[in-house]
Design a protein around this ligand. Sequence first.
Ligand code: BV8
Length: 256
Amino acid sequence: MATEAFQDLIEISASDRVFVLTGAGISAESGLRTFRDSNGLWAGHRVETVATPEGWEANPELVWQFYSQRRREAQAGQPNAAHYALAELEKRIGDRFFLCSQNVDDLHERSGSRNMVHMHGELFKSRCEANCGAPIIEDSHSYNFIREIPICACGSRLRPHIVWFGEIPLEMTRIQQEIDRCSILVAVGTSGAVYPAASFVHWAKVRRGAPARTYYVGPEAPLNANAFTRVILGKAGEKLPGLFQPGEPPALPGRQ
Ligand code: BV8
């Protein structure tokens, strides 16, 4: 792992496929708290209390209040330069770009990202806890003043459409496929504390064919820093604009 800070440039050839993994750090400059910073999201809450199925069973009202607060913060936040830089890269390289976010906010979508998944769920969606078959509900209003748990048409409780600890992340088959075919993996703003997301950099190095080039962008080295080809130290909003250097696609035959 090299940590040159001088040459912050990721060259992308016309055949490179780019897999981007984002974590809470990419939304930090939008005013959303991360998890493990000192005044982080978990401040005042134990993970087990608000982000596990057991915590939900024990105190669903507290869990709904925790996610209502997260919704309010996310609604107040605006995408930052890092979100826009990824949306711009996607525009430039099209379907050779894939974004996997650990974040449950909607800042990537609001900045224009399209080819993406939320492996840990989405803040503004709720679902029937009994999986009765009712569709996942898009609810942009936050449950600000929850007094009773919202109820599904089948009579079961609605729960946040969030992947809690101990639950299986979403879209893992698609994620594995995209890692297998990427030649560049870029992780942005994630501490490498949570699995399986923290393993993606390892998967990208043992994929079929040549190991992918792997980069981390953030102000401090993540726990899995040694796995990256290069660690680019700095804030996402400062480093991502201008970081990617896509090569021009080959001119179509007959066109000059
Ligand atoms: C799974 C939704 C199996 C909630 C989240 C025992 C029992 C059961 C499971 C386990 C176990 N032991 C270990 C596990 C696995 C467990 C796990 O990893 N636990 C950890 C604590 C050890 N994982 C799971 O349970 C997962 N499920 O394993 O199922 C399986 C696996 C594969 C295939 C099939 C089945 C499910 C985990 C999902 C939990 N849900 N989120 C919610 O949001 O409320 S996790 C939550 O924390 C986030 O979503 C994120 O993914 C994760 C890590 O947070 P980060 O994004 O990294 O944020 P953090 O604060 O940590 O770091 C911020 C970083 O940003 C810092 O590095 C900082 O330097 C940087 N930064 C700050 N400012 C900036 C910046 N970077 C750039 N620019 C800036 N300006």
